[in-house]
Design a protein around this ligand. Sequence first.
Ligand code: UDP
Length: 430
Amino acid sequence: GEEERAPKLRVFFMPFFASGHIIPMTDLACIFAKRPGVEPTMVTTPANAALILPTLDRSASFGHPVQLLLYSFPSAATNLPSGIENLASVSSDESWKIYKAVDLSRDAQDRIIREHTPDAIISDIPFWWTTAIAKDLGIPRITFHAVGVFPQCIMNNLVKNRVHDHVRTDSHPFTIPDLPGPSIKMMKSELPEFLKHRDHLTSAWDDLKKSQLESYGVVVNTFYELEHEYCDLFREVDCRRAWFVGPVALCDEQGKVGRGGGQSEAARENRERCIRWLGGKEAGSVLFVCFGSWCYFEDEQLREMALGLEASGMEFLWVVRGDHGEHVKTEWMPEGWEERVQGKGLVVKGWAPQAAILAHEAVGVFMTHCGWNSLLEGLGSGKPMLTWPLVFEQFMNERLVVEVHKVGVRVWDGFISSSEKEKVVVQEAD
Ligand code: UDP
């Protein structure tokens, strides 16, 4: 009939090179795929595409295909080995290369957009030039935000009034001005690098904000009820139109696959091992410990965490990452620890199916670094959180959990000794 012949609306989804962005954008593309008359396409680089293939396969198996278009990652120009295209797969002192790759991808993105002429582009905030390309083609560009509105409001305010420039020390708490809701205090040491140093990157910030304002609108992976006062403020100052479309993780209702782990044998094995292990545990008995796709700890801290988890007496499923993606050492394990916690604790190296684990009834508490996706997934699971923010806007996200919604308790205070950790875990379990 008429409908079948009507051309589909072709929407491009273009994520930044980090799993915390690629995962929610793929989820969003899968949501679009469920709409008749829409043809979503993930547009990314080969190694990043590999991470989302299981999710795309799963969506296709339900009759909701998402197309895939690839452009090359600027490996030679960033001096990164081929196949290293994600923040999680570079060592921390090389992460700047991934940011450099953003700018270096501009021409390739321009070419692929002009060649395929989509009807709309949903692109990540760092790809500010897509606003101009879209304008040129007479199509809308919508800016995608992988983090919520609460941290964005705080960052906007601090960029504007720079109250943190006037604090006595880095660890002196100050109040975030002009923020609705409860009074929020932070310390300079908790701010993202670009805010800490005056003049640092603010021109880049201005470019991003300008292109966002000139774009058709903004989609944010959050939901209005979670941060409504902040959503209203954000709409007022930050964009012409905003859609709060999250939590997009709900596109995969049972969280069966665990997104973003790719098709590697290790990821598949971890998936099966975790779910099998949780299957033998009582409801609400397990503490799930995970710090996102790329944060990692030094051996000394891992050792204290190991002893703290053991001393807490709780059952735990702990995801441990190394500095370089999948490569995880075991030198940090205290003598005899693995044998002592056998059966009680499961250590997963590399990638675990977080969404599926959180959805499992055996999990009672979630210890998290408060990455935005983890925050949403944690809240969505209805399980209380133990917060341990590390970098970026994670300290701000943590305030939303602990101070605004009061559904979490802080573990973090710099270096955590095992006795402190035991204390918090035991209190929370009670
Ligand atoms: N994730 C996962 N398994 C892991 C580590 C992370 O499935 O072992 C997923 C997690 O469910 C979330 C995303 O990766 O969807 C991490 O995003 P978040 O914003 O929480 O943190 P980031 O990795 O950006 O620091």
